[in-house]
Design a protein around this ligand. Structure first.
Ligand code: ADP
Ligand code: MG
Length: 692
């Protein structure tokens, strides 16, 4: 066999490993839990632990850890050695069902948003048997959920798993009505396309802004940016392609189907897309992808930047969350088939998504909120902060004809005529792609494009599952009672169109006209994180989640607090970094250069040589230094007076601190272009972006 497929998943305790190493009965029980969500009999934990342990030791693992996803947005792990001391003082290997199922990491230093006072530090991690354990860096990582002593969830995975069960139940109800009584379980699937930047590590480390904030807080625009559009899909340099191959190898071993890699729009920007899988595994995989990108980059003398907007004036990085529903009988619910017109089941599910997204635009926007992503949403390349759905003309026309009870003529196949007789005739898609929509139907799945590159996909999938389940439940209720099932289904579609078609938009979402039109249609435009976050804890949203057991009210309030706090902390760190760089690097460097010019001016003066140019430069430098001094003072004042209360502090950050940062940056960037290159204290955009 080839080495790619034999090594694939070799560091994962996956289905093959389980089947080989567990007694048939225990394996079958575990498999039912994984595949169709059956509760797991705790008795088999010891059997699984034993198999897992021997497998891991053979692979060279020395430690194990419960691997979880606290509200920091990154993963957490606390390693325990397999090695213990036996009764006779001799070394033994310790790992039983007890260690597999539960662990008790100190929760006091993870964000809890007030759910857990520090004196109640207990937190628990609980084994999630539906995501495979894997070995990373000689450590067996066991995917787990994370709770407080009070039972409140302190992580991103618990609500996700709760929402996966919910949407399975509601989807199955509808599928049974359509005669698919063989379906017993439905799984939301997800595939996360990940954008990132690579920069040379040596250059990176010379910039405190990149080191502390992962984004440049200063930097004049280089003579060439992305205007030539020569980077997108361009040939990949050797250094970068070696990195990518290395990354693929690591990810394949971890069972991640890393598939597509290409250059993105901005110089230094790239993308990796894996093959989709169930939303739970996909969430874990995306965290692994981000972590591995960073780790592997370092081996190649590179730094991988996952920040949403590392370079002003260049495209930022997003993450596309592709989402669909798949049955345990292997059906993709959002695959319309050859003739969507005759696929009433598809149309009902489609209507549920339209209704859900229109009704809960705010929740999808909240998933993409964050100080970093604010730089992207509404920028010239990213989806705007307005949520809308792209369906393509075919589906849009079909739904419109149902709405108006008109006959719908399906177009035939479209053939690509290249005009060259040696090129085979190619059958092409009936609709073109739309790149600007924040939420696009792309053939057999939906693609949510607002997410920022560093954000976890857990929240988005939790929201998608919950809001679509809500709509499906309403539909199921009506369909179950209906005398004429088909008529009722059409009625549901018609009504959805009447009430929610404002959310459908096939045009260019980046355009000014759309912003205006969206406002006329009454769509939300929550421009910044500060505008968006309060929507999460609006009473109707608390009811939506808590009534369905996805989040409790307390969990929602705490998550809201954490998000607000993160926004404030992030901006404060950026402001402090700017002040340090301006005061301790830019100011002395420019004064040093200014002194040289001043010397030239006076030397020429003494000699009676014309010195207009030097004099003009000296004036400009001197004026710039004065503005810099004032700008530093203004920024310092702005962060010294933060209101105590979080919501007010966040508004202050947005309305006072961010403008002060922008002003200081403007001054520094103007100084950069008149200061000698070798006098500037850190590498500029030209070097950072064009050195690979
Ligand atoms: P594009 O760049 O056009 O958005 P890609 O092919 O790069 O498309 O990425 C599409 C992503 O969608 C991949 O990660 C793919 O695995 C994922 N995907 C495909 N089908 C499904 C599905 N049924 N459910 C979830 N994700 C899917
Ligand atoms: Mg995409």
């Amino acid at each position: 066999m080839d080495s790619i497929t034999t090594n694939f998943g070799e560091l994962v305790f996956n289905d093959t490993a389980m089947r080989e190493r567990m007694p048939a009965e225990a394996y079958a029980t575990l498999k039912d839990t994984i595949r169709i969500g059956k509760p797991l009999n705790p008795d088999i934990a010891d059997i699984v632990a034993d198999a897992m342990k021997s497998w891991a030791l053979e692979k060279g693992a020395t430690h194990y850890t419960h691997w979880f996803q606290p509200l920091t947005g990154v993963t957490a792990e606390k390693h325990e050695g397999f090695l213990g001391c036996g009764k006779d003082g001799l070394p033994v290997i310790e790992f039983s069902g007890k260690e597999l199922i539960m662990s008790e990491p100190d929760a006091s230093s993870f964000p809890s948003g007030g759910l857990r006072p520090t004196f109640e530090a207990r937190g628990y991690t609980a084994w999630d048997p539906t995501s495979f354990a894997f070995i990373k860096d000689s450590t067996l990582c066991i995917p787990t959920l994370f709770f407080a002593y009070s039972g409140d969830a302190l992580d991103k995975k618990t609500p996700l798993l709760r929402s996966m069960e919910l949407i399975s139940r509601e989807s199955v109800r509808i599928l049974h009505l359509f005669g698919h009584t063989d379906v017993s379980h439905v799984t939301p699937t997800a595939g996360a396309e990940q954008e990132y930047f690579l920069v040379d590590k040596e250059l990176h480390d010379k910039r405190p802004d990149l080191v502390f904030c992962s984004r440049t807080l200063f930097g004049a625009k280089p003579p060439k940016g992305q205007e030539m559009e020569d980077h997108y899909y361009g040939a990949i340099s050797r250094r970068v392609s070696h990195f990518m191959r290395d990354l693929d190898r690591e990810l394949w071993q971890l069972g991640v189907y890393a598939k597509t890699e290409h250059k993105e729009v901005a110089p230094g920007q790239y993308e990796l897309a894996p093959i989709f899988t169930d939303a739970n595994t996909s969430t874990d995989h995306n965290q692994l992808v981000m972590e591995m990108m960073k780790t592997v980059a370092l081996r190649h003398g590179l730094v991988c930047i996952l920040h949403e907007k590392p370079f002003q004036g260049m495209n930022g990085s997003g993450k596309h969350n592709n989402w669909s529903l798949s049955t345990d009988t292997g059906m993709n619910i959002f695959a319309p088939g050859k003739s969507p017109k005759d696929n009433l089941q598809f149309l009902v599910f489609l209507a549920a998504v339209i209704k859900a997204v229109d009704k809960h635009q705010d929740l999808l926007r909240v998933c993409a909120a964050g100080a970093n992503n604010d730089w992207r949403l509404g920028g010239f390349e990213a989806p705007p902060s307005i949520v809308s759905i792209f369906l393509g003309d075919t589906l849009y026309d079909l739904l419109t004809s149902i709405e108006h009870k008109e006959e719908y003529e399906e177009g035939g196949d479209r053939i690509l005529e290249s005009g060259i007789c040696t090129i085979p005739r190619l059958r092409i898609d009936t609709t073109d792609r739309n790149r600007t929509s924040p939420f696009a139907f792309t053939g057999n799945k939906f693609e949510f494009r607002m997410l920022g590159s560093s954000q976890s996909i857990a929240d988005t999938n939790t929201v998608m599952n919950t809001i679509v389940a809500e709509a499906l439940a309403e539909f199921a209720e009506r369909l179950e009672k209906a005398e004429d099932f088909r008529r009722e289904a059409f009625r549901i579609i018609r009504r959805t169109m009447r009430e929610h078609k404002r959310i459908l938009y096939n045009g260019n979402s980046y355009s000014e006209e759309w912003t205006k039109e969206a406002e006329e249609r009454g769509l939300l435009n929550l421009r910044t994180t500060v505008d968006a976050l309060p929507r999460f804890i609006a009473e109707e949203n608390i009811a939506l989640f808590s009534e369905r057991g996805i989040y409790t009210r307390r969990e929602m309030l705490s998550r809201h607090d954490i998000s607000l706090e993160n926004y404030i902390k992030l901006i404060r760190i950026e402001a402090n970094t700017m002040i340090t760089m301006a005061q301790r690097m830019i100011m002395p460097a420019v004064i040093g250069y200014e002194t040289k010019i001043a010397e030239a001016v006076s030397a020429k003066d003494r000699l009676g040589v014309p010195n207009d140019a030097e004099y003009a430069l000296l004036r400009a430098l001197s004026d710039g230094i004065n503005s810099l001094h004032k700008g530093i003072g203004r920024l310092f004042d702005s962060i010294s007076n933060l209101p105590a209360e979080n919501a007010a502090a966040a508004e202050h950050c947005r309305d006072v601190v961010l403008p002060a940062m922008a002003a200081l940056r403007g001054t520094a960037d103007s100084l950069e272009v008149i200061t000698a290159k070798d006098a500037w204290p850190f590498p500029g955009y030209d070097e950072l972006l064009f050195s690979l």
